[in-house]
Each structure stands twice: as structure tokens, then as C-alpha cells.
Design a protein around this ligand. Structure first.
Ligand code: CO
Length: 159
């Protein structure tokens, strides 16, 4: 595995709509592992492929010591809303308040080629929505309010 370079705001790959993953092969699995290693090395709780320069629809999240490798995610329902502070590995030293759905259902393909659906709420739901935005060329700073410089006060908010 390898820690990859994180692309930062201003790079074109972060503005693009990522393409669906067509075939889950060795290369894709290695990329998922490298994304996970990069996320853990930078103390993030989620990472999207465009953040490491690959315009494909896949994300890795680990909010409470459970890693999800999520390929071709589709948010199929959203419920409620809340506002909380977010940061992003691609926007170092910035944080701001973002409104997100409180609860979501997300459909995706696992690295073992299985179709799966999970329900997520709270921070996990927020993190998945933040990462799916990356796949659509959207950064949290495009939608956040009260953007400030520095680090968020609480742990576990940098994505
Ligand atoms: Co991010």
C-alpha cells in the first residue's frame, strides 16, 4: 500500500464529474487500499478517488472503526437535515458549516462485486454525502457557511 498525494482545491480533477467504475479489478482494489492508507495517514474519516487524482466513482469512509469501501455510490433516500462543521483534506486549514441530510440510504457495489444498501445517520451520513459530492465535482467550501481559517474544534471532522 502507499500514501498518495492529496489534490487540493484549484486542481481540475476536483471539479470534474467522476466516471463510474466499470470493472473491479486488481488496480481498483489497490487504489481503494491506497486511498484508505492515505486517509488514515492524514487522520481523515473519508476520502474520494478524485482527491488522489483519479476521476472514478469510489470512496472510502471510516467513521467509527468500520471501513467501508464504496464503489459507484448512489444516495437513494434522504431524511431530515442538520448543520455541522466540516473540513476537507483537499481544503487544508479551512472549516465551515454545512447543511446535510440527517439520515440517508446509499446503494453501492462492494470490492467483492456485491450490490449493497446501507442506512447511515449522523456523522457517517454526513461523511458519505461529503464524499459523494467530491464525485460530482463539489467541495464543501462551495456550499458551506461561515467558512473560517484554522482547524475545527472537535476531532473527526476533517474529510
Ligand atoms: Co473532502
Amino acid at each position: 500500500m502507499a500514501v498518495l498525494e492529496i489534490k487540493t482545491a484549484g486542481e481540475i480533477v476536483l471539479k470534474q464529474t467522476a466516471a463510474p467504475v466499470k470493472k473491479i479489478d486488481k488496480r481498483i482494489k489497490k487504489l481503494l487500499d491506497d486511498m484508505a492508507e492515505t486517509m488514515y495517514a492524514t487522520e481523515g474519516i473519508g476520502i474520494a478517488a478524485p482527491q488522489v487524482g483519479v476521476s472514478l466513482r469510489m470512496i472510502v469512509v471510516d467513521v467509527e472503526n468500520k471501513r467501508y469501501d464504496i464503489i459507484n455510490p448512489e444516495i437513494i433516500s434522504r431524511e431530515g437535515s442538520n448543520v455541522d462543521v466540516e473540513g476537507c483534506l483537499s481544503c487544508p486549514d479551512l472549516f465551515g458549516e454545512v447543511e446535510r441530510a440527517e439520515k440517508i440510504r446509499v446503494k453501492f457495489t462492494t470490492r467483492y462485486h456485491k450490490e449493497k444498501e446501507i442506512e447511515a445517520e449522523g456523522l457517517l451520513a454526513r461523511c458519505i454525502q461529503h464524499e459523494v459530492d467530491h464525485l460530482n465535482g463539489r467541495l464543501f467550501i462551495d456550499i458551506a457557511k461561515n467558512i473560517q481559517k484554522g482547524k475545527p474544534q472537535r476531532e473527526g471532522q476533517v474529510k
